[in-house]
Design a protein around this ligand. Sequence first.
Ligand code: C2E
Ligand code: MG
Ligand code: MG
Length: 705
Amino acid sequence: MLTRTHSGFCSSHDATGDARRRFEQLVNSIDGIVWEADPRTFRFTFIGAQARPVFGYPLAAWLEEGFWEAHIHPEDRETARDYRLAQTRSGTDHGFEYRMIASDGRVVWLKDLVSIDMHGDEPVSLRGVMVDITERKRLAAALQGERRKLQVLMENSGHGISITDGAGRILKVNRAFCAITGYQPRDLIGKTHAALHSGRQDPSFYRGMWETIAAQGCWSGEIWNRRKCGELFAGQLSVTRVPDETGAVANYIGIFSDISNAKAAQDEIERLSMFDAMTGLPNRTFLYDRLDHALRIAGRDGHHVALLAVDLDRLAHINEVLGHHVGDQLLEAVADRLRRIMRDADTVARHIGDEFVIILEQLDDPQAAAQLAERVLEELSHPFMLDGHEVAVSACAGIGIFPEDGQDPSILLKHTEVALHHAKGTGESGFQFFREEMNRASQERLQIESNLRQALTRNELRVQYQPQVCLQSGRITGMEALVRWQHPEMGMVSPARFIPVAEETGYIIDIGLWVLREACRQTRHWHDLGYAGLQVAVNVSARQFRQHDFAGQVKRVLAETGLAPACLELELTESMIMQRPERVVAVMNELRAIGVTFSIDDFGTGYSSLSQLKRFPIDKLKIDQSFTRDIGTDANGAAITCAVIALGNSMRLTVVAEGVETGEQQRFLVDNGCHRMQGYLFSRPVAAGDFLALLEQQAAGRGTA
Ligand code: C2E
Ligand code: MG
Ligand code: MG
């Protein structure tokens, strides 16, 4: 600092050698030009800057009277003088800023730090330091300019911009921000962006965003926000952290644009790129996507997926003869028909040219694909009316089944097309599976289907009876009626083979009713022979049970045959009662009211839980034979059997074990509290005559016992 001696810095007469050196050191150490002036005239009496020119002027020039005023920038001349005068009068110390013109014409900004010594009201010395602040001024001006530019940019930007403080409180938002969000600045200033949150992104999204900003200084991505009116919109947002000089967060700047329109357009483009323009069906790309997805789900859930490739045989010919526009109409019409016959869950796609591909998901029985193929070919065999022409086409189909015919989309599709190629090779409309054994099975199924219609009218059905035996007494308590089909050429057809076909075709309704009537008639007959109390169990299929007057049907059969309702037991399956359970319960209650009883067949193979089962008025559980079979060989089978018996006992149900073949199984069942058994150990299902013989044998045994 400058020392204020009354005599001034430059009075050489009082400066010793040492003092002089110190003074020079001081002058040199200061980043400015030290001066001393006459307080009345402002003539510099000293200007210290190591004997070098100051702003290009030799030091001698500075000492001339009037130099200072003459070289002040014309615009600052008045102010500078006034200022200095004011200081000499009031005796205060001040810094003031003004411009001087350097010898080369350059304008130099100075900050003049002035120090005055007063003697009473009189200024006796005036000294100071001039600091060159040109660079700082230039920077400040530039910054001011930048700030203005930034302001203009912000206001005119089409992007929504918000500036917050370090705590995320909004300091400023621009016009576009308000236009997009519908908020006014006053709604937002001082608050956070929470009002804009859409609720679509969970807290972890925002957490991730702030972590990225903290780590990298910025974040950008898509975000869903909510306008003031409540509407959601997609925005592309970037947030930048602005640190202050110390590195602490001073501000966050958020810039975003409303991309809802762009997003909608993108969705549309995506949609267009996934669909065939002519038919509106999914195209090849989409097909691969869907197939990939379907196979993944099926692989996880253990279902089959069938792929059906359908090829029209005369498209090229129609294009040639009737014109391409008719060919196009044909493709559209085919697409329409295919769409109509598909379930919602299935996918119909246009693969290439005149080839369509259908994905059937969640198939339990791959043969269902054969039925669909038949249905498709039948549907396409009807002529089309196109542009005034009646056009007939025929088609062929190839079928591939996942997982057997291919584990991934491209292999499955390739094999399906191989099958299609074979189908075309036969020269007639039809379909082929990829594997020969599937073709045989489907052939047989077709044969069953076409013969089943006449099974009843030709009197080819029989009912066999399999005894149910009390595990305590060993006595026959009743029997299950099991249908048989004696076909003149196919021989004995197992119900496992023809019941599913009868279900699908609807023949089960007539067949089921016939079995019911036959079983009731036969049982009543045995009652009349003296075997009173025998109870007959009749299997009921889902489709049969779903008929609107099923209960009425059963009552009529009981009335016709004269069987006591309490001697009729109906066997239902878990899967069947779980569909529309309220209705099922109503039908069961109606029949139970007259004494008919119910059992759950194949128990343990469905997915029902105990709590679900409690809703149904059931009397009996039949343990599925797959569990009985495992008794003695597999610990799990035994455990499940025990669990089912315990479950049945807790619900006061009679438990019947199916498929009992060995004495070991029988003993296990007795030991674990099972009530009844049914199985080859006691008897196979037998014709009515043989069953009567069993009854007589038992009666004779009792007679002799
Ligand atoms: P289900 O109701 O579970 O019938 C029991 C099946 O197990 C019968 O097969 C029977 O012959 C067989 N079985 C009995 N004891 C043993 C044994 O100890 N060991 C082995 N391995 N098997 C045994 P079936 O007669 O072939 O019937 C198969 C299925 O067809 C029946 O299973 C039932 O679901 C259905 N079914 C049979 N008759 C009819 C009917 O009239 N209507 C309906 N809707 N379905 C029927
Ligand atoms: Mg049964
Ligand atoms: Mg069963």
